[in-house]
Ligand binder design. Structure first.
Ligand code: HEM
Length: 266
């Protein structure tokens, strides 16, 4: 006796929703491949916006401790707004990663046996490795938050007065977040100098930027295509834009790490 319940594969994912609630409209968008690609593209743009802004903010290290520490202080003073931005960014990241993994699983199911002539498929290395470079960036971000936001990776040997007001000092191990400048602000400048003076940390950051560049070089152009802007002329415009973003973000971030490591900023 055959079952009348349709399997997951048989269920239609591109019919219009019948219900009236918001979820009835949102669910099919997430369930369909086109809808999921659309959301991956939108969230990808949001994350790209974040990495560009973050890099531009961090470039202020070239202006000196005063500029970058004041910038960090202003960000912290945003208070609840900063938390809204953090939670929004996390939601965007979860959607981007979750839907990408779902799409990858779906495409593997549709093609369980790989192409027998991989070279005949016109795909760049960056496009074929998107899932891996994406996961590498995700792991880097977790490490990076532990390193700079929580300050738990690299303790600092700090000279502190034995008693308050006394000249006699002793060397004590403190966390990165305990570093303060002479105005009592969170010393992001010294955090970065301490961080990237360590060759292992510097190499880790450099590798992460190379993965990020690889991901952006394909991701930006591909996001425009997922949004439907797909004519041959537009395709080359998006490719150029993708490379411009890649070189801007990668170049800026690498400049910070390399200049600290090489002692240009100290
Ligand atoms: C060399 C490149 C980078 C440098 C120098 C850098 C520097 C920093 C610093 C100093 C902080 C802590 C800010 C503070 O406590 O005031 C931070 C936070 C953060 N960074 Fe980066 N970053 C870099 C690259 C990246 C990249 C590539 C990503 C994402 C892919 C990223 C994502 C984040 C996130 C999510 C936070 C936490 C923000 C928050 O909690 O408000 N960073 N970064």
């Amino acid at each position: 006796m055959s079952s009348t319940v349709p399997s997951k594969r048989e269920r239609s994912t591109n019919s219009l929703p019948t219900g009236k609630g918001l979820l009835d409209w949102v669910k099919p968008v997430f369930a369909s491949t086109v809808g999921a690609k659309f959301i991956v593209a939108l969230t990808g743009f949001a994350l790209t916006g974040f990495v560009i802004t973050h890099m531009l903010g961090n470039l202020q290290i070239f202006l000196g401790a005063e500029a970058i520490n004041e910038y960090a202080k202003k960000l912290k003073e945003l208070g609840p707004l900063l938390w809204v931005a953090r939670i929004g960014l996390l939601a965007v990241l979860v959607l981007h990663v979750g839907l990408t993994i779902k799409l990858k699983i779906r495409s593997n199911e549709a093609r369980p046996i790989p192409y027998s002539h991989p070279k005949t498929v016109q795909a760049t290395l960056a496009s074929r490795t998107m899932i891996y470079t994406g996961l590498a960036i995700l792991f880097f971000t977790l490490f990076h938050i532990a390193h700079f936001t929580l300050g738990v990776v690299q303790p600092v040997q700090e000279q502190v007065a034995v008693k308050e007001g006394e000249k006699k000092v002793e060397t004590k191990e403190v966390g990165m977040l305990d570093l303060r400048d002479d105005k009592g602000r969170h010393d992001v400048y010294r955090m970065m100098i301490h961080g990237f003076s360590n060759p292992i940390v510097a190499v880790l950051y450099i590798l992460a930027q190379l993965f990020l560049m690889c991901h952006l070089s394909h991701g930006v152009a591909s996001a425009f295509q997922s949004l439907g802007a797909n004519t041959p002329r537009l395709q080359s415009t998006w490719r150029c834009l993708g490379w411009a973003v890649t070189l801007l973000v990668g170049g800026g971030n690498l400049a910070i790490v390399v200049c600290v490591w090489a002692g240009v900023i100290k």
